[in-house]
Structure formats: structure tokens, C-alpha cells
Ligand binder design. Sequence first.
Ligand SMILES: *Cc1c(COP(=O)(O)O)cnc(C)c1O
Length: 410
Amino acid sequence: MSNSSNTLAEAHALDRADPLSPLRDRFLLPDGLIYFDGHSLGPLPRLALINQREVVEDQWGRQLIGGWNDAGWIDAPQRVGAKIAELIGAKPHEVIVADSTSVNLFKLIVAASRLSSRGTLLTETDNFHTDRYIASGAAEITGLKLRMVPRAEIQDSLDPDTSLLLLTHVHYGTAERYDMAAVTKAAQEAGALTIWDLCHSTGAVPLQLNRDGVELAVGCGYKYLNGGPGAPSFVYVAEHLQDRLLSPLRGWMGHAAPFDFTTDYVPAPGIDRFLAGTPPILSLAALESAIDTFDGVSMQAVWEKSIALFDLFDRLMAERCPDLVCISPREPSQRGSHIAFRHPNAFEICQALIDQGVIGDFRAPDVIRFGLTPLYLRFEDVWTAVERCAEIADSRSWDQPRFSARRKVT
Ligand SMILES: *Cc1c(COP(=O)(O)O)cnc(C)c1O
């Protein structure tokens, strides 16, 4: 037997032994497509399709304005927040769903900056760009000085002027993961609050926000939570801070009594004050179904399969595609749930793979990423992706003009 057929047999054996394999049926995945892009946009959960029809036809269509009370729309941000809380180790009333991650970052940075008279907002030079952009705008408004330092220097850069530390838990490019408990503690000891961006962590790695002493966080609905394109984001504020923080976006939905139409703003108690405007009910319904798709699944089991998918991917790539260099940490506790490779022609290789039905994505300047999403990926998919990648790399079939055309979204 050739080595390829040996490794295929091994992948099949891993699939047969996989306790999560039945979960794949909870998603609608197009035939013939292998989807390694769940870290950018999760696929469609079957429940979301069924529920969306009901929300549109029965609730919006027939209940109209009555849906706010009768169909429970008005409580959706809290209800869905409580379901997310369960996945991230938080209390149900510590999480609320609203707006986008970018907007929620702005709300938390401005709100938290008012708790101290210190002058610096510290973040990582290579943090995700929206986080840095939002931080620069929020810094301008609050009068904070934005200080950006390389990842390795973060802890040593905490000083008596650090008001806030803003970090993304799992790095979008390399998948490197911070030690959440240790960094939060170091910042607390230096007298600073930490805001964690959990976009690449929620639904991907086991999280215990309460246990790890996390005080402030935001996260994404459309990546590993599979809530649909542009799904709303969530805000987490630890119970003890909730009544000390005020959102700078004082919309009526965050008011203590939105339907009293009072002249002055009175913040709602607790996490509710982080709402601004009217919640997007169709998007919230899709996100809720997506989170219900995790029912009965432990994040520990999801994470264990992610590790096994990574190990197989890494090993097969080293054998078959040695020119693509893995840049993700091999130690599981130091990474999230994707695997990234560097190659000077990563863009073209990614396009050639997409042409072959293997969907990964490219991040400038030279990184190709594959999301490892245990709810619907099979070990056989890893094997197929690596085989196709080897064919493309060995034959240089990526070297064609049609694979170098860049579109608006990469
Ligand atoms: C995906 C992602 C975002 C997305 O922000 P939006 O406001 O939803 O566009 C923000 N931060 C990080 C780290 C991300 O990975």
C-alpha cells in the first residue's frame, strides 16, 4: 500500500472512532465542498433554516408588532447572551448580544477608561486591525494615549500609567493564544483592566471567564458560533463591574425604562445598559439557533477533536507540502482552532485550492489559514485538503493568472 493510502486509512479510522461525527448532520454543507473557513464564516445550521422560516413567516408575517412581546423578541439579546454565557464560563446575566464586535469594543474601551485616572491604553502591535482602529478612535475621544507593543513585550509594558489592556485572546493569523488567567492577573496586579477580544476563541476553545478572573470581553457571532453573515456580537461584563460602567452609546434600549419616554437618560441596571438601539431580530434568531446547535456538546470534546485535526493536518502537510511552513503553535494550550501556513504564493495556492473545492482563506501578506471546526469537519477532509494542496504545489498549477486576481473580500 502506498503511503497516501495508509494515511487515508488512518483518517477513516479516526472518523469511525470520532464521538462528534454525528454532529455534521446538524449543518447544511454543499456537496463536494470541503469547508475550512469556519473561523471566518460558519456554515448554515439546519436549525437556523427551520427557525428563520418560522420567525419570518409566523412571527414577523402574522404577529407583526405583537412579536416584540408575544414572540419574546424584546428579550432576545439577554436570552441569547445567557446561552453564550454557558459556552464561555460566565453567569447568564453577564453577557448580552448587541451590535458588532467593533462597536462593542468602542463601548467597552470608553466605558472602562472612565474608571481610572491613568492615561494609557495598551495593546499589541499586531492585534487585529479593527481592534487597533477602534482603539485609536476611542483613545482620541477619551484622551488616552494608545501604546502598541509586540506580543512578547506586553506583560513587561504594564506600568503605573496603564489604564486598559486590550488583547485578542487567539491571534487571527497565527492562532497563537494568550494565557488568559495569567495575563488578566498580571494586569490586575499592575492596576489595569483587561478587555479580551474572544472572536477566535468563542465556540473554538474551552473558556472559563469567571474562573480566570476576566472582567471585560467581546466576541463574534458569525465565526465559530455559526450565527450567519454579520451575526451580532456579544459583550461580557463581570457582575461586580456592571453598575460602575456606562456605555458611551446611550440608546433607548439601554435605558432603565425605554417605553417611559423620559427626558433624561437613566442607565438600565446590569448588563442591559450595553444595548443601544433596536435589536436585529432575524439575525438574533439565526444566532440563537446556531448556539442551540451546540446542545449536548461539551467544549472539551470539541477542543479534543480540534487538537486531533491539527495534529493530522500538521503531520500530513510536513510530509506532502513541506514548502508550506506551519506558523501555528504545536503546543495545544498555546493556540486556537485553526492552522496557518506561510508561503510566498499563499494567495495563489489558496485560490487554486478553492478551485478544487477546498475552502481555506488567505491573510496578507503570505498566510493561508484552515479553520479546524470539529462540529462538521472529518479527518478525511484533512487528508483530502492536504492531497489537493500537494498536487497544486508539486505541479505549480497555482501559477496561472486566474489564481492571482484579487477580489474585494479575501
Ligand atoms: C472577526 C474579528 C472582528 C470582527 O469585528 P466586526 O465588527 O464583526 O467586523 C474583530 N476582532 C477580531 C479579533 C476578529 O477576529
